[in-house]
Design a protein around this ligand. Structure first.
Ligand code: AMP
Ligand code: ZN
Length: 112
């Protein structure tokens, strides 16, 4: 997906501050952090949203969450939140599936 912002970050066309990378997943710091720790966890495969994910994507979807666990452990986070915005009305602005990993402050519930 040549026009996709996160595909361009994944292939190195656009710079990012990487915190994790393996065969299927990359994670980098959010440009506009909403918490002291705000990391985006993204599959290398372009999937536009959770609604567009197929049954065959189950493995990589699990790997996204486990990457969140690994990053949280590496950063010794006391607690954290993984957020996935699906669709414009839910706040999705980049059409390449991703989790937000948020931590470092008290996180309110319900979210806004
Ligand atoms: P969402 O609104 O859930 O689709 O999340 C997209 C996130 O991407 C937002 O939190 C943005 O701040 C973040 N973002 C946009 N452009 C960049 C970029 N070049 N590098 C890192 N994060 C970005
Ligand atoms: Zn993409």
């Amino acid at each position: 997906m040549s026009g996709c912002l996160f595909c361009r970050i994944i292939n190195g066309e656009i710079a990012s501050r990487s915190v994790f990378s393996d065969d299927n997943i990359v994670a980098f710091k959010d440009l506009n952090p909403q918490a002291p720790t705000h990391i985006l966890i993204v599959p290398r495969k372009h999937i536009s949203s959770l609604s567009e994910a197929g049954d065959g994507d189950a493995q990589v979807l699990g790997e996204l969450q486990l990457a969140g666990r690994t990053i949280a452990a590496d950063l010794k986070l006391e607690g954290f939140r993984l957020v996935l915005n699906n669709g414009k009305i839910a706040g999705q602005t980049v059409d390449h599936i991703h989790y937000h990993l948020l931590a470092g402050r008290r996180l309110m519930w319900p979210p806004g």
